[in-house]
Design a protein around this ligand. Structure first.
Ligand SMILES: [Zn+2]
Length: 455
């Protein structure tokens, strides 16, 4: 039977094919403006379907709405479980100013070892790696124990209602798996001693929108004492938001792992967490300050409005805040915090939930398989591992309620970090070596989970 080493060598030999698939996907514009009709992901699904069919892999394109296709392809395993879902999305964010782009955004131009184009990194790189991994396993005829499913969804960039959210609601049996791998992590932190630390994002913070409405009394601005200028109340509300100190919280699993990872003298507690983060920033670098987001609620005013006319004393003010919650902080908790901050200001508080915070456990055979797979692919046995929590949200939140353990782990070239890719920005690009490494990572992970006997 084929060995993992042979399979990894085949990935290396398939470099040109990997590049060609990535270019093919980038060249199909799937811009998602968030306003229907948009996306046109079906065009990409049909192209990918042809590609898979030419390798003898059948797939289905399920449309949630006209032209909003989602592709599913399964290689059936002999025992069906544990099953693995390879999740990615096909839609991309709009181009802001095409004239600023170095190369046309859908040209997939290769320049200095990178492929340029909207979606080249987010998320067509992961889709390329996952699809190529599936094809290479199929070509090698490696028998799988559990089912392997490729799932490329629409509409991730505006919330997933036509993509992962729709699939989870209407076809849960097709997307519910034992394990799923999705975008949103996979770049290591480079420690000063040269070691690499991978924090596998096992969960995500929640995202809510808080709208505060404040009231005053209008008057002619020439006699302002006759009114009650609401902007001063607004200034007070903003000052309080700025001064807000959320409770420190170290319940995220990553904090249990920090003492061991960084040889800290003591446990991380709510009392010392800020100190620990400051200390780690010195030794590990600025990126570690993402632990700030993982240890507290954030409540950030993002839009303020007041006044309708320059000679009127304004009567109504609105402050909209972006709130990011930890897994156990619900709407009631957030409301309580906002009420406390706004005490005495008579603010009307409306809270709208975009995404619930959610997490999978870290101590699983899945995490162990990722660790073994990456050690093989990177060729290092000194990699450091721990659980992470992403501060943004992804489609993973739709799969976790189905009982699937989902990790946001899309590794690339560890020498070329993700920020280089300019995802969502001008001149988005992906490192070609990263595509090869990412494909190897998917192959090795499938091998560890679905081919070798389980541990
Ligand atoms: Zn994405």
């Amino acid at each position: 039977m084929t060995s993992l080493d042979q399979l990894l060598a085949r990935v290396e030999e398939s470099r040109q094919e990997i590049i060609a698939l990535e270019q093919r996907l980038v060249r199909i514009p799937t811009i998602n403006t968030g306003v229907m009709p948009t996306g046109n992901e079906t065009a990409l699904c049909h192209d990918l379907q042809d590609f898979l069919a030419s390798e003898g892999i059948a797939s289905d394109v399920l449309e949630s709405a006209p032209r909003r296709g989602n592709l599913l392809a399964t290689l059936a395993g002999t025992e069906r479980t544990p099953s693995l879902l390879l999740l990615s999305h096909t839609d991309v964010v709009p181009i802001e100013d095409e004239s600023k782009w170095r190369f046309p955004p859908f040209s997939a131009t290769i320049h200095e070892g990178r492929i340029y184009g909207r979606g080249s990194a987010d998320c067509k790189a992961l889709l390329t790696c996952q699809a190529m991994a599936m094809v290479l396993l199929r070509r090698a005829g490696v028998p799988l124990r559990g089912d392997l499913t490729l799932c490329a969804v629409a509409d991730e960039e505006t919330g997933g209602a036509y993509g992962a959210g729709w699939l989870a609601a209407h076809h849960p049996e097709r997307v519910g798996a034992t394990y799923a791998i999705n975008e949103g992590g996979g770049s290591p932190l480079h420690l000063p001693d040269g070691r690499l630390l991978y924090l596998i994002p096992v969960g995500e913070k929640g995202r809510l929108e808080v709208t505060l409405t404040l009231k005053g009394r209008s008057a002619h601005a020439a006699a302002p004492w006759r009114g009650d200028n609401v902007t001063f109340k607004m200034a007070e509300a903003l000052r309080r938001l700025q001064a807000y100190e959320p409770a420190r919280d170290v319940s995220a699993e990553v904090f249990r792992h920090l003492p061991e990872l960084f040889a800290l003298a003591e446990e991380v507690t709510a009392e010392n967490v800020d100190e620990v983060i400051a200390q780690l920033k010195e030794t590990v670098g600025d990126e570690i300050d993402m632990l700030r987001g993982v240890s507290r609620l954030t409540l950030t005013p993002t839009i303020v409005r007041a006044g309708v006319k320059s000679n009127n004393v304004p009567e109504t003010a609105t402050i909209i805040c972006d709130a990011r919650t930890l897994p156990h902080q619900d709407v009631a908790y957030l409301r309580g915090e906002v009420e406390r901050i706004m005490d005495g200001l008579d603010a009307q508080i409306a809270i709208q939930q975009t995404a619930l915070s959610n997490a999978s456990p870290y101590d699983t055979p899945f995490a162990a398989a990722i660790r073994r797979a990456m050690a093989r692919v990177i060729g290092r046995d000194d990699l450091l591992w721990g659980p992470g929590l992403t501060t943004g949200f992804t489609d993973s939140r739709f799969l976790r309620p189905l009982g699937t353990v989902v990790y946001n782990f899309a590794p690339g070239n560890p020498a070329k970090g993700l920020p280089l890719s300019m995802a969502h920005g001008t001149d988005e690009s992906v490192d070609i070596e990263g595509l090869v490494i990412g494909t190897k990572a998917m192959v090795a992970l499938i091998w560890e989970l679905l081919v070798t006997p389980s541990d």
